[in-house]
Design a protein around this ligand. Structure first.
Ligand code: GLA
Length: 383
């Protein structure tokens, strides 16, 4: 997106015949490591990226919302607290309605808004385009209705909206990252107590995201299935989540567990350990260790959690071949398609891009896009 402010203002003026009061932004996110651990009250290490959703808003004197998007046709309207139930035809608007519905359920007051949305976070790529939309919107309402909610509270409302209105049982990693990340750093989130700590991103690494060209389908039934399998294993041990189950306890009960559920839990427990170790490796600038941990994470997603795809595995393998121990590579996000993240020494960046361009289409008949990103700030008002 070159400079989105004039375009979103133009869309607003064209739709509503008046100028907006203010513009708000929220970024997309990429996860460095810690996949499918958030809804298990585990650890995640994402970063916000320099792809954004921008919303232009004007406060109304009533409780009505009117929303328009540059990417989809139609103007959508609803009243605060009267969102009805989610309808498949609403698409992107359901994330906004989910947010106002969660607010109203919490008893918060809010004024209506006219709003126009524009964004460049790739959709269905596992880069949290929906959380980015929710958080840009939540940040706008918080400000225009003078609610003084913390970024964490906005993230929690957004997650509640997705869970209850949209009907998607996501964890909270995406919403917290879009709301709270800091430029130049990854964010270690402990999803048990929601404690967040910025982990500086090393100066000597490039952050590459490689979009496989295979969509990571938004609300796949596989996601809900994985979540349930994790809950079943936790339940077997009399626990609510897998956070405090040790690998040893899991292994000693292997015979009592369904073999698939056992592998799902092994992924989550070992991924928490890898996330903790990856944080230390980043802090110490130990790239060889990071490389190993990211490779293990990918294998665990592929073999134990079974959320990868042959084309994604091909992409990971061909990049790993170029970077060796001088960087790490793994699938990122919910999986079943989407993107690969590669953290590589700067001088390898061009070699990685060349390898992807030369080998990936021939091996998979797919085209990949490479984004050179920088860890960015969370949501804010744009002045
Ligand atoms: C999706 C969900 C997140 C998280 C990831 C997997 O992005 O929205 O909460 O579970 O998948 O790590």
């Amino acid at each position: 997106m070159s400079n989105p402010a004039p375009s979103v203002t133009k869309l607003f003026v064209k739709t509503f015949g008046t100028k907006p009061d203010a513009l708000y932004q929220a970024p997309g996110r990429v996860n460095l490591i810690g996949e499918h651990t958030d809804y298990n009250e585990g650890l995640v290490l994402p970063a916000a990226i320099n792809f954004h959703t921008i919303i232009a808003v004007k406060r109304r004197d009533d409780d009505k919302f009117r929303a328009v998007s540059a990417a989809f046709p139609g103007i959508f309207e609803w009243h605060y607290g009267d969102e009805g139930s989610m309808s498949e035809d609403e698409g992107w608007v359901s994330y906004l309605k989910g947010f106002t519905s969660a607010m109203a359920q919490s008893g918060l007051p809010a004024r209506g808004l006219d709003l126009a949305v524009i964004g460049n976070v790739p959709a269905n790529a596992g880069l949290a385009s929906s959380a980015s939309l929710e958080i840009a919107f939540g940040t706008a309402i918080n400000d225009t209705s003078q609610l003084h909610l913390s970024p964490l509270a906005i993230a929690q409302l957004a997650q509640r909206g997705e869970n209850h209105y949209v009907g998607y049982g996501c964890g909270i990693m995406d919403q917290i990252t879009c709301a709270m990340a800091e430029a130049g750093a990854a964010l270690l989130i402990d999803c048990l107590d929601l404690d967040c700590e910025s982990v500086p991103f090393p100066d000597d690494l490039s952050l590459l995201i490689i979009n496989s060209g295979l969509p990571s389908i938004a609300h796949s039934t596989e996601f809900g299935e994985r979540r349930l399998q994790c809950e079943q294993v936790a339940g077997h041990f009399g626990l609510d989540t897998l956070r405090h189950l040790s690998l040893r306890a899991l292994q000693s009960a292997e015979d009592e567990l369904d073999p698939v559920a056992f592998r799902r839990a092994r992924h989550v427990i070992s991924e928490n350990q890898r996330t903790q170790s990856a944080c230390r490796a980043l802090e110490q600038g130990d790239i060889a260790r990071l490389s190993k941990l990211m490779a293990e994470s990918h294998r665990s997603m592929r073999d134990d959690f079974e959320i990868s795809h042959p084309a994604i595995d091909t992409l990971v393998e061909l990049i790993a071949e170029v970077v060796g121990e001088r960087g790490g590579v793994r699938m990122t996000g919910k999986g079943f398609g989407g993107c690969v993240i590669a953290l590589v020494e700067h001088e390898l960046t061009d070699k990685v891009i060349a390898a992807v361009e030369q080998q990936y289409p021939a091996k998979t008949e797919l085209e990949a896009s490479v984004y050179l990103c920088s860890p960015s700030d969370g949501a804010s008002r744009l002045d």
